[in-house]
Design a protein around this ligand. Structure first.
Ligand SMILES: Nc1ncnc2c1ncn2[C@@H]1O[C@H](COP(=O)(O)OP(=O)(O)OP(=O)(O)O)[C@@H](O)[C@H]1O
Ligand SMILES: [Mg+2]
Length: 306
């Protein structure tokens, strides 16, 4: 984690504001964690970029720190951990900034995909971070005050063998969170949406194939129609829109499970498809939980046992 934090933040140094000072406080002898390095890099990047955007043009400080946290059995340290988080050793990553901070209203929505307060923002950074942390069985906490700054605190379970040998660790775990399997084709013309969905889906256990418009989606689908557990597709795209692509997909493979996404409601966007051939519908912006719900329903018959 230490190496990754320093490498990633240093890469960002050039792109963040010159007024923002980067400071490290990395604990030596950190246990290692089992993690996807590419995804961890994405987490650090999104948090540091947010921090630098919160500081804006003024002077400010971005601190990155790592530490070890031992969670004794039967003590989920107050409100810090949910009961399903087992006792054991955690690696803690903290990204703090002295930027603008957030109101309580903003804080309540920051993990929602597409929630942004920025003119140029897409609102997908933290949604992806949330998905990745969840996929790594981690915990994420936010502390923020308007005008004072923000701290994101992420905890990841230390790798197997680096855990406290305290007995009963596995018995303390709650039932596993929902996992999916199989391959999902994601068709959306917005790169940021593709990236965020890809991160979230992978962390649920799916493999993902991406396409940036209806035509490319069809091409990829046509190659191995039976490979796809479902297709997640935006309704409004250039080239071939979602509705046309949907019709084509069904021509290739009658039983294809298609979930359409749109900024409009299902009734507004595709009234002729409501309750019919669609496997599901997601109105943007949607929450991670809504994505899980729609996938559970869309795949219900094939993955009911998961
Ligand atoms: N460090 C921070 N300080 C203050 N507000 C923050 C911070 N990090 C996130 N936010 C708030 O949370 C919102 C969502 O953040 P998120 O990273 O998901 O999207 P974004 O930064 O707006 O867009 P992008 O997808 O381009 O990163 C931001 O628009 C901002 O209001
Ligand atoms: Mg962001």
């Amino acid at each position: 984690m230490n190496t990754l934090v320093e490498e990633t933040a240093e890469l960002l140094r050039l792109s963040i504001s010159k007024q923002a000072e980067l400071r490290y406080d990395l604990s030596p002898n950190l246990p290692s964690i089992e993690a996807d390095t590419t995804q961890m890099r994405q987490v650090i990047m999104n948090l540091v970029i947010n921090a630098s955007e919160a500081i804006g043009a003024g002077n400010g400080l971005i601190s990155l720190s790592t530490s070890v946290m031992r969670v004794p059995k039967d003590d989920p340290i107050g409100l810090m951990l949910a009961p399903e988080h087992a006792a054991g050793t955690y690696v803690c990553l903290e990204v703090s900034d002295t930027g603008c901070g957030m109101s309580a209203e903003t804080q309540a929505r920051i993990f929602d995909p597409f929630f942004t307060t920025k003119f140029t923002g897409r609102g997908l950074g933290l949604a992806a971070v949330h998905g990745i942390v969840r996929g790594h069985k981690g915990v994420m906490k936010v502390y923020s005050e308007l005008g004072r700054g923000t701290t994101f605190k992420l905890l990841f379970p230390a790798a197997e063998g680096e855990n406290d040998p305290s007995p009963g660790t596995s018995a303390a775990r709650a039932p596993a969170e929902w996992r999916g399997k199989g391959c999902i084709l994601v068709v959306d013309d917005e790169e940021a949406v593709r990236r965020a969905l890809s991160a979230m889906l992978k962390n649920l256990g799916f493999t993902v194939v991406l396409a940036s418009d209806g035509r490319e989606g069809l091409e990829k689908f046509r190659q191995t129609p039976a490979q796809f557990a479902a297709v997640l597709m935006d309704l409004t795209m250039p080239q071939l829109n979602g509705k046309q692509a949907f019709a084509e997909l069904r021509r290739i493979h009658q039983d294809v499970r298609v979930v359409l996404m749109s900024g409009f409601s299902e009734e507004e966007a595709a009234p002729e498809l409501v309750g019919k051939k669609l496997a599901g519908f997601l109105q943007k912006p949607f929450e991670f939980e809504a994505l899980i719900g729609v996938l559970q329903r869309a795949l219900g018959e094939t993955q009911a046992e998961s």
